[in-house]
Design a protein around this ligand. Structure first.
Ligand SMILES: CC(C)(COP(=O)(O)OP(=O)(O)OC[C@H]1O[C@@H](n2cnc3c(N)ncnc32)[C@H](O)[C@@H]1OP(=O)(O)O)[C@@H](O)C(=O)NCCC(=O)NCCS
Length: 167
């Protein structure tokens, strides 16, 4: 039997996805991105961003997103990753992470993927560590007072050197 998690598609986001991305972002984070920031992020470069979409009879349902932007020195930043609360635990978070890293790998201009995570965010931390991200630094005030973050880094392998990212 095919489960919903097996039929999910991962693709680049379009402008039409922005309202759904904002709803998921708002449900996941206390400080949500304003709409104009999301819009401009996608306008500037959506090529490393990924959404997870479940096929439906009438229309597809967006169930998660990952936003990655290119920094300097071969460093890409995964700046946000979230799955709809009612779809967590289905493997979509790992799928979004894999596709994001895979896209970076395909582009050939990324050596490392960097991200920040709240050290108390157990589910995200475990996802990233199991995937192969390693701690680079801890900053007690990364986003200001009482907002510590760990900076984690994933080194990309040359294609063919290892399997699909995170395996
Ligand atoms: C973090 C998040 C994206 C994970 O998405 P998800 O679809 O539920 O995760 P998956 O089903 O793909 O699980 C993948 C792995 O994540 C870890 N994980 C997920 N949920 C977990 C939980 N409740 N407790 C511990 N580990 C968990 C596990 O390692 C899991 O692998 P396993 O099932 O083999 O044990 C999701 O919980 C979320 O949207 N959280 C709010 C936003 C957020 O914190 N984003 C990260 C910011 S840095």
């Amino acid at each position: 039997m095919t489960t919903i998690a097996e039929t999910v598609r991962y693709r680049a986001p379009t402008r039409a996805d922005l309202p759904d991305i904002q709803v998921i972002d708002g449900a996941a984070f206390r400080d949500r991105y304003p709409f104009f920031v999301l819009r401009q992020l996608l306008e500037a470069d959506s090529s490393r961003c990924v959404v997870a979409v479940e096929p439906g009879d009438d229309e597809d349902k967006l169930v998660g997103y990952a936003l990655t932007i290119m920094g300097d020195s071969g460093r890409a930043w995964l700046i946000s990753l979230a799955v709809s609360p009612d779809r967590r635990g289905c493997g979509y978070g790992r799928g979004l992470l894999r596709h994001s890293v895979w896209v970076c790998q395909q582009k050939g201009d990324v050596d490392e993927v960097w991200l920040t995570v709240d050290p108390k965010n157990v589910s995200a931390y475990k996802l990233f560590e199991d995937f192969g991200f390693v701690l680079r630094e801890h900053d007690e005030r990364y986003f200001g007072d009482n907002e510590p973050r760990d900076v984690l880094v994933y080194k990309l392998h040359r294609i063919g050197e290892k399997g699909y990212p995170g395996t």
